[in-house]
Ligand binder design. Structure first.
Ligand SMILES: [Zn+2]
Length: 111
């Protein structure tokens, strides 16, 4: 079977490959951290840049890619800090992104 995130061979009965599993665990561990900080951790995990990019932009179930989830977490942290109770999901971010309302907010920092 192929990894549903990066399309690399994943092994029998696996929906994702060990590398994507590792990247997903890093994202989960650092929920609410800034996108740049999470990207640094992902790059430090030993995965190649193309694999990190593939992981971040894959959206196998149509509910938003990892990058959208990170952006949603950042937004929710911010809203909590401001005393707001609304919650954004990755799907909300995906819709906003597709409507073109996001300008570079979720882009990796230039180096
Ligand atoms: Zn993978």
């Amino acid at each position: 079977m192929r990894c549903r995130l990066c399309q690399q061979p994943a092994g029998w009965f696996r929906r994702s490959c060990p590398t994507c599993d590792r990247l997903a665990a890093i994202v989960e561990q650092h929920r609410g951290a800034g996108f740049g900080a999470i990207l640094d951790r992902l790059m430090a995990s030993g995965a190649s840049r193309p694999q990190v990019e593939a992981f971040l932009t894959a959206d196998p179930d149509g509910r938003g890619c990892a990058r959208d989830r990170i952006a949603a977490d950042m937004t929710n942290e911010l809203m909590n800090a401001l005393g707001q109770t609304g919650r954004q999901s990755a799907a909300d971010v995906k819709r906003a992104r597709e409507r073109g309302q996001w300008v570079g907010y979720d882009q990796p920092p230039r180096t």
